[in-house]
Design a protein around this ligand. Sequence first.
Ligand code: ATP
Length: 897
Amino acid sequence: MNVFRAISEEVLESLGTSGAGLSSKEAARRLAEYGPNAVERIRGKPLHKRAIETLTHLLALLLWFAAAIAFIGHLIEPNLGMATLGYAIVGVILVNGLFAFWQEFRAERTLAELAKLLPSQVKVVRGESVATVPGDELVPGDVILLGQGDMVPADCRLIEAFALRVSNATVTGEAMPIDRSAAPSDASDILRSTNALLAGTSVLAGDGVAVVFATGSHTEFGKIARLAQSGTEVRSPLLNEVASLSRVIAVLAFGLGLAFFAIGFEAGLSIWQASMFGIGTIVANVPEGLLPTITLTLAMGARRMARRKVLVRHLPAAETLGSVTVICTDKTGTLTENRMAIRELFLSRTLAPAYPADLKPEVNKADRRLCEVARWCQTVQRAKDGGWLGDPMEMALVEMAGRAGLASASVQLVSEIPFDADRKRMSTLHETVEGRAMYTKGAPETVIPLCTDLEANKGVAPLTRKLRQRLKEAEEAFAKKGLRVLALAYRRLEPEAPLPTSEVGLVFLGLVAFEDPPREGVAEAVRSARQAGIKIVIATGDHPDTTIAIGRQIGLVREEEMPQVVTGERLHDLSDSQLRTALDAPCPIFARLAADQKLRIVRALRAKGHVTAVTGHGVNDAPALKEADIGIAMGRTGSDVARAAADMVLVDDNFVSIVDGIEEGRAVFDNVRKFLTYVLTSNVAEFVPYLAFVLFGIPLPLTIIQILAVDLGTDLLPALALGAEKPHPDIMARPPRPRTERLLDHRLLLRAYGFLGLFEAAAGMTAYSFVLWQGGWAFGEPLAAHAALYLQATTACLVAIVLLQIVNVFLCRDERISLFAQTSLGNPLIFVGIAFEIGMILAVVYTQPGNALFGTAPLGWQAWLFVGPFAAAMLVSEEARKWIARSRSSRKPSEKG
Ligand code: ATP
């Protein structure tokens, strides 16, 4: 039995209850069976499990392994200093884990916000008396009492209602108040039936008695909350990249570690000395600071986006936005201002265009009717300041009626059929001085077919086929000017007649054309998106011609071009492959879409290999927002549901902000590559000493603790500074990066490992040899691990690496542009990073605790100067490489041509 269609008594019976409610015993039984009335957490994994996960990913496991060997080594041979090493490595793992935790907490908080929308205490009839129980104890079959201002605690069917009005905004996104009654409804789904109350929505006026038929995650709200929860699990392309990068690094580091352990053992080291050597190789090859730097770079990207009015709901979205190849946007309010001004009318009495100033309601009956529909068939409400609150189009209509001089006759609202995006019209039933009447307004093609007559100058006349053609032409003429058109109509009803459930036999009154100009900056944003190789798809509920005209105004559709528009009706008949073909058009336009059709478009775009950003505001948009790579909800006009399903929220609902966000997102990817190059460069310099040790049998030039001093000390802030670089000026002149483009590609590896890293390694090794040679050491002589000369030599190696990394920060700021052509003042963080780096290396070399902790010794000034030629060589060679790269790419187009 359908809970909406049946009469109240049958519904109560089918739910095993009555007007007197459930007994407490039965309620307890049902609670055990159905579970509490709360949004179920489908994430399943408790926080501690997630904590364990963040501490046990591949790189962390490798480091745990290294730390364990260090601790075991310390137990067996305490004088090798392996315990300090073990602690240092554990510290590294914990720091990385902490950042992962931080993200988890953010996700949890979002969920908690969502849960707050459900009420806590509910009045429920149990065993014939009314009790107040916590909302989460409600069960199906409970009879509850609701009054003005109450939140609806579960999905219910009304069994009694008195002037009850609700706002379903949290679930449907439609902010307009709607009437609800206890009468059986024709609609079979919960969103449309007039006797259903949805969990999470609110009662605006009146009161009622209702029976609960769905609780917790079985409610519409619960289903959406589940949808939103699954959203926090999204994996962005970047995260996938990082995961595969970690795998490559882990295998490499482990393999080398094992090989070096074997070589060391073979070369005559004790098993623990050889293990320390193996651990060193692993530590040198794992970029310890990488994961926290990525998280922080994303967080900084998210903050910069927020400044440009884009709020991301989970961090990886900041980068995903950068890889977008298609924006699928709605029109009203995103491309346009949603500031409606009535420009023209088409009146039934003259069958000709007119202006609002031509209306004479006091003298002409037809004008008065039109103004009455404009004034009363709406949902706007008086604001405190005397103005109106609500839908801008409706406010414009009410103001027009007021300006035309419509006397505020005693018109009383009896009932209404609310607007919905599928029907594209709304109707209200009124008690007027002339009797009962129904007023209707909506998209012309949904209203005119329901009209049988029109209000002519001398009373009602039949609406002939010829006249219908006239109306169609008038509508098209308005639409072609980019105006948004509504048709207004009415119907007299018998006294006491109820509001018909559908509108038929209407009398046509006129068309109203609204101007909703494009937002400022949208034309430039469209140009910028196009230049950046991003396709724009419009998916709107509005008329095709209006959409094309707006498309022209914002430069999306060229003047001479007549784009193919797919209407919702046609889309219905298109097969998936036909839809995919339609999407090949340069600017596909979908108009008069039904609420659920956006999802199909998004699916088709994704099937074509696009990375899609999709905007939406109502509950019906939630599935499309979920399906998209980046779902974008509206901050001002959007519903909570759409926001919950989205990956990001546009604070100002403005299309321009999406394009700004893409620019920032692209910068995030670029910046990750910048610091990846930076960090991997020093890895080479850290690894080569181990290689030299094995190949030439020299004392180890760089200790493990010194490696960590670079990876988690001196390198960290400059790497972060590279992560905070501003978008490159030509970042939106490039096409979107191909899906196949890897974060860590051969170009980056070759530059870091095969080029920059070699200079650093050479500098480190030469500085080391220089100090030893100066100290009188001869090749092959033994050197104690605590000998002052050895300490100084490793310190020189460390200093050389750090100094070259300072030069390297500048080199890594751009892969192709010369250091001298960059605006170095653009990013003050770089200088903060370098100051920190210098401060830290001075502390390591010249302070007592620094010496003790990192096994270093103070150096003479000559050792510092020694690095100069290497820094110069690195800089000059990199400039030469960039020059070659630039001239090669500038030759490419001409070669083609
Ligand atoms: P977009 O999808 O780009 O936001 P839209 O606002 O036109 O465009 P909908 O809100 O789905 O999309 O509206 C669809 C159509 O329904 C409108 O073009 C208009 O003809 C009609 N319409 C919109 N609001 C109302 C209303 N309050 N009363 C009657 N009809 C309306």
